[in-house]
Design a protein around this ligand. Sequence first.
Ligand SMILES: *[C@@H]1O[C@H](CO)[C@@H](O)[C@H](O)[C@H]1NC(C)=O
Ligand SMILES: *[C@@H]1O[C@H](CO)[C@@H](O)[C@H](O)[C@H]1NC(C)=O
Ligand SMILES: *[C@@H]1O[C@H](CO)[C@@H](O)[C@H](O)[C@H]1NC(C)=O
Length: 489
Amino acid sequence: MRLSLAFIAALCASTASAATAVDYTTIKTKKGDILPDFSYVGYRQGEHKLPSTQPHNASVVIAASKSSSDDQTKAIQDALDKVGAAGGGVVELAVGNHYVAGASIVIPSKTWIRGADAAKSIVIVKGDARAVFSIGTPDAKATTGAKAAITATYVPIGAASVAVDDASIFKVGQNVYVQRPATAEWIRANGMADLVRDGSPQTWIKAGTLIKQPRTITAISGNTITLDVPLTDSIEKKWGAGSVQAFTWPSQSQGAGIETMQIVLQPSCSGQPISDTSCQFQAIVFQPFALDSWASKINMTGFVTGFVKVFAGSRRITLENLNSIRDKVSDGSHGWGSDIAVEGTQILVQNCQSVGITDARSFAITTSSQTAGPNAILNHKSSLASQVIQPHQRWAHGLLVDNSQSGIDLSNRNNAGSGQGWAINGAVAWNSDAAFQIQSPPLGVNWGIGMRGKAGANSNGTLIATGETVTPKSLYTAQLQARRAATSS
Ligand SMILES: *[C@@H]1O[C@H](CO)[C@@H](O)[C@H](O)[C@H]1NC(C)=O
Ligand SMILES: *[C@@H]1O[C@H](CO)[C@@H](O)[C@H](O)[C@H]1NC(C)=O
Ligand SMILES: *[C@@H]1O[C@H](CO)[C@@H](O)[C@H](O)[C@H]1NC(C)=O
């Protein structure tokens, strides 16, 4: 049958009109919380392309292993160190198998490692548990300094500035934690004071813990501090006074990357329980305080604990086009692994997939205790319905799940684990056909906008345009365009 052009045009028009326009800038809770601004995620907060998108000749090319008993760990590390010490550049793995059996391979600043071919440059991982590729070293720590008290009664999610009792102790350009204490009263009011599992009390968050939001001061006017990135958690005086505290960024890899290769664990750990200590490692880790770094176009096979971990403290990291492949039936006797663990801040995960055989279960993406936003996941896919995106525990904040084909779970995990409880605040799920569970904590809010999949029981979060496709199609893209238009005008 031939369709007339007019008929095709009518079809397009009807598809377009099926979308419901949502003005995301006007969504607001009674207390004044607005949707977090997720546009600041990723390498250099989305304002620059990855360095690897420009042509770069390799500084060093490493030939494939001659035999499976080779160990190229040292050759690769020496090449990275040499290129890093010379100011940065590219180390390239030639087509073929590259066996590594030794220590973690550390990628220094302004240096990246790439395969010559995404399918044919293959790193085969043997030997003991260790982070195979490590952006930075594990020991970096921040030092904290001067502190001022927040004076406002309520600082909402989305606030770009905070008033303090004495701003004269700070400087523009300084790194600060905007933080609130988890007081016993706040823990109780969130329903988390009396968790019990198997007859024993469970601790959700220890009273006195500081829930931190790492930011940089961009302006100071009187006693009001303007932050580079709006807040993703609220701070309410009634539940314990918040503060702003200076910290120094430690020396760590910046502008480092890994891309275009396969990383294969041999033998595969996919069928092992996550308690197997010989399997407790990831293919790629971003260490604490790694900054403006990335991983892209990589297929990883056979890891069980997880494939990529982005540690707390790291900032502005892009993960894109990564496939986590589980090639054996999972053993869930000690829980499930987390394919991508997002624990840093301003992390962008886009166009990644959890892939595997039918019985390969895992969490597609998790956040952890007090993981600080904003973080965003775009266009994520899982091959199995059980591979959900799930903030896993203890009040992470500011996560966007945008156009995900993986299930979404933003909820109270109660006494699961050792009292994982309310796992997230200030999260937004945007345009998704996947099954979802979206709940709001007593003292917080999570939003679901354009959720068309099956709703879990007690999805009492703030749901808008449920069952509908909404425009803008992507919240992240709309927020980034809006911010860049505002700063260029
Ligand atoms: C790469 O090397 C070739 C041959 O030396 C040279 O012509 C080209 O300009 C180099 N490209 C870059 C991006 O440096
Ligand atoms: C990577 O894995 C995905 C998913 O299994 C597959 O579609 C793709 O072809 C693989 N890419 C390469 C370069 O092998
Ligand atoms: C949502 O339900 C949970 C119980 O599962 C409750 O603790 C919480 O206060 C409810 N949230 C709202 C916003 O009503």
